[in-house]
Design a protein around this ligand. Structure first.
Ligand SMILES: Nc1ncnc2c1ncn2[C@@H]1O[C@H](COP(=O)(O)OP(=O)(O)O)[C@@H](O)[C@H]1O
Ligand SMILES: [Mg+2]
Length: 412
């Protein structure tokens, strides 16, 4: 009897100890998150701008709107800020209630690191001010060095950001729209470009490929300090995997069209997107698809005269089997005037190994169109994706016109 009582007491004591331990652990981790991610006060748009870092910032085009409170943050970010290490904020326009996304384009610790190296990078005195950058002389060279790829020696470190191939000298032709096509280049604009290329070239790409001309990228609202403002373009495909299959088929059709556009549509450049994750492709209620993360892009200038270092320039490059998963070689992309990278990557989103958008294919579709799966596999593993792609697009557009698939009683 006494033994049992004692046992119960021991159990209770052990239980209490565990509860106290858990409360302590939770409390400590909470305190650590507050320390790491800042205070709990609500965030105001103006707190995100960091205008004092200019000209080492993205520019000032949308500052008037932000300073006159035309853009409001969606909700109190007090709590979400703690978990918002990606530095993405949602808001809306006061005038027409349009949803927008405010992006700092980098983690806070990366921005801090960038700032701490700024003076040294430019060979300025240790405690230099960002405005001292306005009088530097070697900005053009620094910009070319940032985007350049060494054709003779493949780089060993994985490359992030914008790579401009095959030769860096014509980078200003790409940047023309960012300078508003004006002839004189202001020092501050050049430093802004250098900063975006160093931190995240997304605002550059979105201006070179405007949504208004049909490119599947977010509508650009402008930049202010260390903030980019873009339109909210929908939900990521990663959170739409449960929707009806015929809707996914619509997304698929647009993803393939985008892959072809990024490869062929521009008069002068090709754009190979390097991050085709389903978190980076969003769809809106009209099933339009937008590529929202344009940080890692390889731009190819088609108008170059190949030198000795490019013996195979006029040959097409087809992705060779370089291992499982999403792998590619920047070196090969940069040495050929045309590669099938985007085509393969788009098919990988539809039918690859990680969360394939279109798998499993409904039975009815496999029975009525067995060649569809064959074409998807050909696109993933075959020799000639440029030939497979139009066939695949044709089958998909046939299916999208088929009432049995998209109409009443559509397959799920
Ligand atoms: N224009 C946009 N429209 C809708 N959602 C967006 C937009 N931009 C970013 N997002 C959301 O924010 C997330 C992170 O943005 P992203 O640019 O991909 O940053 P990261 O470099 O952290 O991946 C995306 O996965 C998406 O959910
Ligand atoms: Mg992303």
């Amino acid at each position: 009897m006494i033994d049992k009582k004692y046992e119960r007491m021991l159990l209770r004591r052990r239980f209490c100890k565990r509860v106290i331990f858990m409360i302590l652990v939770f409390g400590l981790s909470f305190y650590a998150s507050v320390l790491m991610f800042g205070d709990l006060k609500s965030t105001n748009v103006l707190q995100l701008i960091d205008l004092n870092r200019c000209p080492a910032c993205y520019g000032v085009t949308v500052c008037p709107e932000l300073y006159s409170n035309q853009i409001l943050l969606e909700s109190n970010y007090g709590w979400t800020k703690m978990f918002n290490a990606k530095n993405i904020y949602y808001g809306f326009t006061k005038s027409n209630n349009r949803r927008v996304v405010l992006k700092k384009l980098s983690h806070s610790w990366e921005l801090k690191e960038f700032d701490s190296k700024l003076c040294k990078t430019w060979g300025l005195k240790e405690n230099c001010k960002p405005t001292d950058l306005l009088s530097v002389k070697n900005a053009d060279k620094k910009i070319k060095n940032l985007v350049k790829y060494n054709l003779s020696h493949p780089e060993t470190e994985p490359r992030k950001g914008l790579v401009y191939c095959p030769y860096p000298y014509s980078i200003y032709s790409l940047l023309q729209p960012v300078f508003n096509n004006q002839l004189t280049k202001y020092a501050s604009d050049v430093i802004n470009i250098w900063t975006m290329l160093s931190i995240n070239p997304e605002p550059i790409i979105i201006q070179v490929l405007p949504k208004s001309k049909g490119w599947p990228v977010p509508a650009f609202g402008g930049v202010c300090g260390r903030l980019e403002l873009v339109a909210y373009e929908g939900e990521p495909l990663s959170s739409l995997m449960h929707v009806a299959w015929h809707r996914k088929l619509k997304f698929a059709s647009k993803i393939l069209a985008a892959a072809m556009d990024f490869t062929f549509k521009h008069d002068r450049f090709r754009f190979y997107l390097m991050d085709w994750s389903i978190d980076n492709i969003v769809a809106n209620e009209r099933d339009e698809v937008t590529f929202i993360d344009l940080e890692d892009v390889i731009v190819i200038d088609k108008h170059i005269s190949p030198q000795k270092d490019l013996p195979h320039w006029y040959k097409r490059y087809s992705r060779e089997f370089t291992g499982h998963g999403f792998t590619f070689s920047i070196h090969d992309l940069c040495k050929h005037h045309l590669s099938d990278h985007n085509l393969w990557a788009a098919c990988y989103v539809l039918a690859g190994q990680e969360n394939p958008l279109l798998y499993p294919i409904p039975n009815e579709v496999n029975v009525s169109r067995p060649h569809f799966d064959v074409l998807l596999n050909e696109c993933l593993n075959g020799q000639d994706r440029f030939r497979t792609m139009p066939k695949l697009q044709q089958v998909i557009s046939d299916m999208l016109a088929d009432e049995k698939i998209v109409g009443f009683g559509a397959v799920r």
